[in-house]
Design a protein around this ligand. Sequence first.
Ligand SMILES: N[C@@H](CCC(=O)N[C@@H](CS)C(=O)NCC(=O)O)C(=O)O
Length: 213
Amino acid sequence: MKLYSFFRSSTSFRLRIALAWKGLAHETVGVSLPGMAHKDPAFLALNPQGLVPALVDDDGTVVTQSLAMIEWLDEKYPQNPLMPAGVDERWYVRAVSQIIGCEIHPVNNVRVLKYIKSALNATPEQSQEWYEHWIREGLTGLESFLVTQKRHGKFCLGDQFTMADVSLVPQVYNAMRFNCDLKPYPTLMAIFANCEALDCVRTTEPNTQADKT
Ligand SMILES: N[C@@H](CCC(=O)N[C@@H](CS)C(=O)NCC(=O)O)C(=O)O
């Protein structure tokens, strides 16, 4: 299979982790976001939304939308599952993933940051404040959610590595890149440290990627 990915993209990183965790061989094709390669007709033919990641399976199936892709991978290639068996646990894993994927990531996406700078004339300081604000708001809510649910252990769901962790790791990497203060989130950061020790994270993190610029 082929993964269309940008090294710094959080959503691409989710897929890199998932594929590595499942041991699925694939070729990674770099799609440069600064180079606007995600708007090239060849890439738009794979994902008309013009967003990474996209995955092309060996049978030609094309899938997009990272969280849907991870669940699709889990159903098509069930080894080393990223979704738990129980219905309550699946709800919880989806809830954590969606707090990140629907509430934190979208407001700090490349096109949003570009828009507030270009159309709304935000200064670099204002753009940084925007980023930090939504990280604080999002991670505060997520930390409280985990603490209240009391389902976490080594990972978000006990000691089972799941899609929740696959979602958490890239978001923390991104917040670190923007120099956010992450001390207020001890539960999330302890889980992040445990995830960082895994091969599927170490071998797929942005600095290891061939398309790194
Ligand atoms: N909900 C989508 C979001 C995909 C997405 O926004 N990807 C970003 C990179 S992390 C992107 O391609 N951004 C390009 C842009 O904003 O122009 C997913 O989870 O796959």
